[in-house]
Design a protein around this ligand. Structure first.
Ligand code: NAP
Length: 495
């Protein structure tokens, strides 16, 4: 069989799944099926519909390189991004390849048949190649707060926004002060009667510099595509500066800290509030949050920043750790995502039935974030250690898809039926990765969603983004084993 005739199953219909379908189609791979459990394509942008949701990477980098868009703003709002992904799926002819409303519950490698067998909510499906594009931030994390179930009003996560609940004139509590909270708080503050924002530990911020593109600017970007490319390149360069500061050049961090401190002092005059929002940990340890309106919102008279821990939730309020109770009508949980299991709750079983969950019992890991020994013909897009404190995930996804295309091309050249990363290559990469991670700012002692409670980091890429591109664009000699049938053969093309 020609590699181009291979069937490819993709799990997830967000930026990763749609991007994979388009990039594969452009290379001649037509037998691609994308499974999306939601009713529409869009991934996180389909789920995160909370007020104020917008990207925090300038849109000219937060878009597919093959589908430049005429964005309305420098940082486009969620609905526009959702529409863009849908539009790309239509324009590039892959919309019909997406099976929405279909959840993949498990995927098992059948060694005899050399195929992945998927169990989906619509029945079984077989494919030669499996790509996961589930995102790292798709499973909402609800904190174990005593009494949360006994609250009589609406309580919901930012990623499960209750649009049927009218917050106007209500007393609202927002728990959490991460990237989601700093967007939702300024968006709802003007309409609610009282807003209690529960902060466990503050994060550093950076001015977002968001603005609407004038019709003239949009026309210019259209007439001069080089201008858009220049803008994209300059944003990328700034992201690389941030990546360098956080990974290998910590002497750059004071520059970021100074800008952040200045943002606080120019937005907040109350010294007590300034003190409360100023982090004591290193800048960049938590994700730096881009915002223009977070501090002005906190300084409004109807907002209280509560720095006491959440003690418990009562039928109609929140009691803090000192026992003081603030009555509320609604609770918004801006408490982040369960990000360390990657493909969960889907179960993936490779050779001999060994599951990815068992393989990752200590920490999730994958060669270049993409492939795992014992799991042939499987690639994880935006998999372990491909996130970062900076950079555009769309760019990362394109690099990963490019790697998959390189792997499929190698299978075609070698007339191989299977490709699998060699354990030695995966182990060498892992050691190199862990050594580099230990030197990054993310491990400097704050609480962040990258590092787990045991100090393991299954999340972040500890080098520059240009390094990720360079390392993924070709298959390294010796990294993968190719074989005709079930067991990898010694004389593989790359071995
Ligand atoms: P997050 O960064 O993990 O923030 C969760 C917040 O909830 C933190 O402030 C955390 O406090 C707090 N929290 C968690 N459990 C708590 C508890 N039991 N009591 C009190 N506070 C609690 O989650 P997120 O804001 O959803 O953002 C996650 C990631 O999603 C971001 O880093 C970013 O990569 C992405 N994101 C992107 C955008 C965008 O614009 N593109 C928007 C939103 C999110 P601690 O800090 O003390 O742990």
């Amino acid at each position: 069989m020609s590699a181009k005739q291979r069937s490819i199953a993709v799990v997830g219909g967000g930026f990763g799944g749609v991007g994979a379908a388009v990039m594969l189609k452009r290379q001649g791979y037509e037998d691609v099926t994308v499974f999306e459990k939601g009713e529409r394509v869009g991934g996180v942008w389909q789920h995160n519909t909370y007020p104020g949701a917008a990207c925090d990477i300038p849109s000219h980098l937060y878009e597919y390189s093959f589908a430049p868009n005429r964005w309305s703003r420098r940082f486009s709002p969620g609905p526009e991004i959702r529409g863009y992904i849908e539009g790309v799926a239509h324009r590039f002819g892959v919309f019909d390849k997406v099976r929405t409303g279909t959840e993949v519950r498990s995927a098992r490698w059948n060694d005899e048949r050399g195929k992945w067998v998927l169990e989906t909510s619509a029945g079984p499906h077989e494919a030669d190649v499996l790509l996961t594009a589930c995102g790292q931030l798709s499973v909402p994390k609800v904190p174990a707060v005593a009494g949360l179930d006994s609250f009589e009003g609406p309580a919901f996560h930012t990623a499960q926004w209750r649009h049927d609940v009218d917050l106007a004139g209500k007393r609202v509590a927002v728990i959490g002060t991460g990237c989601s909270a700093i967007q939702v708080v300024p968006a709802i503050q003007p309409e609610v009667a009282q807003l209690d924002v529960y902060q466990r530990s503050p994060g550093w911020t950076f001015p977002k510099g968001d603005f609407e593109y004038s019709p003239r600017a949009r026309a210019l970007f259209k007439r001069l595509p080089a201008l858009r490319r220049l803008d994209r390149a300059s944003v990328q360069a700034f992201q690389e500066f941030g990546a360098a500061a956080m990974t290998s050049k910590p002497w750059l961090l004071p520059v970021l800290r100074a800008i952040s401190k200045r943002q606080i002092s120019s937005a907040i005059s109350d010294p007590e509030l300034r003190r409360k929002v100023t982090p004591t940990d290193e800048v960049g340890c938590k994700r730096i949050m881009l915002t223009d309106d977070w501090y002005p919102a906190l300084a409004q008279p109807n907002v209280e920043l509560v720095t006491e821990r959440v003690g418990s939730v009562t039928a109609d309020g929140i009691r803090d750790a000192t026992g003081f109770e603030r009555p509320v009508d609604a609770i918004v949980l801006a408490t982040g995502f369960a990000s360390h299991d990657f493909v969960a709750p889907m179960e993936i079983a490779g050779r001999s039935g060994r599951t990815l969950a068992a393989e990752w019992s200590e920490v999730a890991r994958a060669y270049l974030g993409l492939s795992v020994p014992g799991f042939p013909n499987m690639f994880l897009l935006y998999g372990p250690n491909t996130n970062g404190g900076t950079g555009s995930v769309v760019n990362t996804l394109e690099c990963g898809i490019g790697h998959v295309i390189a792997a499929l091309g190698e299978m075609e050249r070698s007339q191989a039926g299977q490709i699998e990363v060699r354990p030695e290559a995966a182990e060498d990469f892992d050691q190199e990765l862990r050594a580099a991670l230990a030197k990054t700012v993310w491990h400097s002692g704050c609480s962040n969603w990258y590092v787990d409670e045991n100090g393991n980091d299954p999340s972040n890429w500890p080098w520059l983004w240009s390094t990720y591109r360079r390392r993924t664009e070709k298959l390294q000699p010796g990294a993968y084993a190719l074989s005709a049938a079930s067991a990898p053969v010694a004389s593989s093309a790359l071995g």
